[in-house]
Ligand binder design. Structure first.
Ligand code: APR
Length: 319
């Protein structure tokens, strides 16, 4: 069986773990690309040597050349700086814009049919930038954050109630940061509404821990940020795309009137399949949740304006 070609740009913690999972799950042949000479090649070789033990059939190769994007069905962008303690995702804005902008252009040049999945932070802003710089349709440019934020919340609820977190369902929308919006009506534990097992106060504490979920890990790691769960989030989305499952998952998408919002990229439920975003799913929201989503959109729009200023102030170096 011939596997689809996926390129993972950035062979750091998130990129390498994503590649490992894609290979283990038999989802793709993977090209890993990094700007650092030898890094992607070395990790690809290491992963290839895991194949006889793990029994995966796909190949993994490493490269420093963007030309190797050619023929990719899906390009996953994890290139960029990761957060250090005390840094917000926004602190990464200008530095990562100078990395993600040119990569999006390279995707358009070498793999114009590809679906572009952004992981680099600040996520919502990097998706807006990639959409603009790649010129790809909004159905094929998206970001991974909602599945991760939802998984963090599911894990915290599972831990709090001492139940397997896989029995907890939850949908977290909004921006990947302080203004993430957990949708209370979407949260169930063993099929029951979470409100029947946790008080509003208890839930709010878990929501706050979810908002701080990335920072909590950065504080422990000190020299980097989370990568296991982010990689699992990417691979959940990649699986829905590559296997054309039509699954509804939260993802950062460009809005053109959905949820009453436009000119912004934000976490919303999307149906994913082989063509990318098949549709943005209209989910019933409580009035406070709708307001919170609108506030998140306003903050992302301000970020997009700052991003344009930051990129204009420091011209993008050629890749
Ligand atoms: N092209 C290719 N790779 C690049 C480029 C570029 N222009 N610029 C940087 N890189 C590579 C770095 O060399 C490094 O190997 O991106 C990789 C990033 O890896 P890490 O520093 O380990 O960061 P990681 O933890 O993987 O996070 C990457 O994902 O979750 C987000 O906030 C996180 O924005 C960060 C991104």
């Amino acid at each position: 069986m011939s596997l689809p070609h996926v390129t993972v740009v950035g062979a750091g913690q998130v990129g390498a773990t994503t590649t490992h999972l894609l290979a283990l799950q038999g989802l793709a042949n993977v090209t890993l690309v990094d700007i650092v000479e030898g890094l992607a090649e070395g990790k690809a070789l290491d992963l290839m040597q895991a194949a006889p033990m793990e029994g995966f059939a796909g190949w993994v190769r490493g490269s420093t050349a963007y030309a190797s994007l050619a023929g990719s069905r899906l390009v996953i962008v994890t290139a960029g700086l990761a957060r250090k303690p005390g840094m917000t995702r926004e602190d990464l804005l200008a530095a990562n814009a100078r990395i993600v902008g040119p990569i999006a252009e390279q995707v358009a040049a070498h793999a114009p049919q590809a679906i572009l999945l952004i992981v680099t932070n600040p996520l919502d802003l990097m998706v807006a930038l990639a959409l603009k710089r790649s010129g790809l349709p909004r159905t094929r440019v998206m970001g991974m954050a909602g599945v991760l934020d939802s998984a963090r919340l599911r894990a915290f609820i599972g831990e709090r109630l001492q139940v397997p977190s896989s029995t907890v369902q939850a949908m977290v929308l909004g921006s990947h940061g302080e203004l993430m919006v957990p949708i209370v009506s979407s949260i169930t534990v063993g099929g029951k509404p979470v409100t029947s097992v946790l008080s509003a106060q208890e839930l709010e504490a878990l929501f706050q821990r979810t908002r701080d979920g990335g920072a909590e890990i950065v504080r422990y790691l000190k020299t980097g940020s989370a990568f296991y769960a982010p990689a699992s989030g990417v691979v959940e989305m990649a699986g829905a795309i590559l296997r054309d499952t039509h699954a509804t998952l939260p993802a950062c998408a460009a809005l053109e009137g959905e949820y009453g919002l436009r000119d912004v990229c934000l976490g919303v439920p999307v149906q994913l399949g082989a063509k990318g975003i098949e549709r943005i799913v209209d989910m019933p929201l409580a009035p406070a949740e709708r307001q919170a989503l609108t506030a998140a959109a306003a903050q992302v729009r301000e970020g997009i304006a700052r991003l344009s200023a930051a990129v204009a102030a420091s011209p993008t170096p050629a890749p």
